[in-house]
Design a protein. Structure first.
Lengths: 186, 186
DNA sequence: CCTATTAGTATCGAATCGAAACCAATAGGA
DNA sequence: TCCTATTGGTTTCGATTCGATACTAATAGG
C-alpha cells in the first residue's frame, strides 16, 4: 500500500491544477472566480466590496477584474441608489451562459466518482479546514443567507423572509444565495 | 445543521486562500511552489523540465521563476555533465532555510486539529481526486521513488538501491524523494 | 458645516502566464 | 560522416494579476 500523502501537498497540487485550468475558456483565473461568486451572491452581496472580501485581494485588483468582466459584457454595473458611493453588479444573460463553460466543472466531475458517504465526509473536512483558515485571517464565511442569525423566516406563509441586520425583505432566491453579512446562527 | 457545502466551491476557496497567503514571506506563489518541489525531488528530478511537468505551466514561466530563485541565492544551476543540454538544480543552504518560513505551513496547522482517522480519510479522498485530475490531463503523479515500478530494492543489505529505468544507483534519500519518472508499481 | 470614514477608481511596478521564436546539444538515420 | 528531427532551456512579447499608494466622491457624525 502506498504511504499516506501529506494533506498540504495534495491541496497545493489541487490548487495548482485549478489555477492552470482557469486560464482556459476566454477568462482569467480571477475573472472566473469573480463571475462564479457573483452568480451565487444575493443582491446585498453583488458589489465590488463584497467581491473584495470574498476573494481576499485588494480593492484595486477587484476593480480591474470587474472592469474586464463589464468590458466583455458579462456583468453590468450601476450606482446603488440607496448609497450612491456603492455599485450594484448584475450578471448579464451572457455572463450566466459563460458559466456553463467554467473550466472548474472538471472538479465536480472528478468527485462524482466517489460514494455519497465519502463525498459528505470530504465536504465536512474541507469545510472545517476552510472555516478555520478564514477565521484565522479574519475573513467572512459567506454562508447561505438563510443560515444566518439575522435571517427571520416569513411568519405568514407566502410572505417574504426578512433580514434583521439590513432591515430588508428577502426573496426566496436571496435567502438561498450567499451573503457577505452572513454569520452562522448560534 | 448547516447544509453540505459543494466540494468544488470549498476547494476553490481553499485554493484562493493558499494563493493569497503565498504572496508573503518574500517570494511569489509560483516561486514558493518551485522551491517546495525542489526540496522534495530526487536528483533526477531537479531540472527545469521536471519542474515544468510538476507545475503544469510552460517552460518559459519555469525558466523565469528559476532565474528569480537563483538571483535570490536560494538555488544553484549547473549544466548536467551527462547531457549538456540539461540543467541540474540544487537548493542552497539559504533555500532550505527559506522553506522554514513557507506561508503554506498554516495549512498543515489547520489540519492538525482533525482526528488521525479524519486526516487519513481526507488524504485518501484528496489523493483520489488529484490522481484522477492528473490522469485526465496527462500529468505525472510524482510519487516517491521507492514506490515506482522501476525501483529495485538493494539485494545485499547496505548496498544502494537501483533504478532500472535510468540504470543508476539510488541513495536512501533519492529513493525517499519524489521523482518525475515515478510510475506506481503494478 | 467640517472632519472622518467608506466605496470605488486610477496608477505603478513586479510577477505570472501562454505563445512563439530561438539556440544548442543529442539522437537517429541515410 | 552528414543531415535532419527532437529535446532541454532561454528569451521576448503582451495581457493579467497583484499589493501598495494616492486619489475622488458620497456619507456619517459631531
Amino acid at each position: 500500500m502506498a504511504d499516506k500523502k501529506p494533506i498540504p501537498i495534495l491541496m497545493e497540487r489541487l490548487a495548482r491544477i485549478l489555477l492552470n485550468d482557469s486560464h482556459a475558456g476566454g477568462l482569467k483565473p480571477t475573472q472566473w472566480e469573480a463571475l462564479r461568486y457573483l452568480s451565487r451572491a444575493n443582491r446585498f452581496s453583488r458589489s465590488p466590496g463584497a467581491v473584495t472580501a470574498y476573494l481576499g485581494v485588494t480593492k484595486g485588483t477587484v476593480s480591474q477584474t470587474l472592469s474586464a468582466l463589464e468590458r466583455k459584457g458579462l456583468i453590468t454595473k450601476a450606482t446603488d441608489q440607496a448609497d450612491r458611493r456603492g455599485v450594484q453588479i448584475n450578471l448579464t444573460r451572457q455572463g450566466a451562459k459563460m458559466l456553463q463553460h467554467d473550466p472548474a466543472i472538471s472538479i465536480e466531475t472528478a468527485t462524482r466518482q466517489m460514494t455519497a458517504i465519502d463525498r459528505a465526509q470530504l465536504s465536512a473536512s474541507l469545510e472545517g479546514v476552510v472555516l478555520r483558515l478564514l477565521r484565522d485571517r479574519g475573513g467572512r464565511p459567506f454562508g447561505a443567507c438563510k443560515t444566518c442569525r439575522h435571517f427571520k423566516k416569513s411568519a405568514p406563509k407566502g410572505a417574504p423572509h426578512f433580514c434583521t441586520l439590513l432591515g430588508e425583505p428577502l426573496t426566496a432566491s436571496d435567502s438561498q444565495a450567499i451573503c457577505v453579512e452572513q454569520e452562522n446562527a448560534a
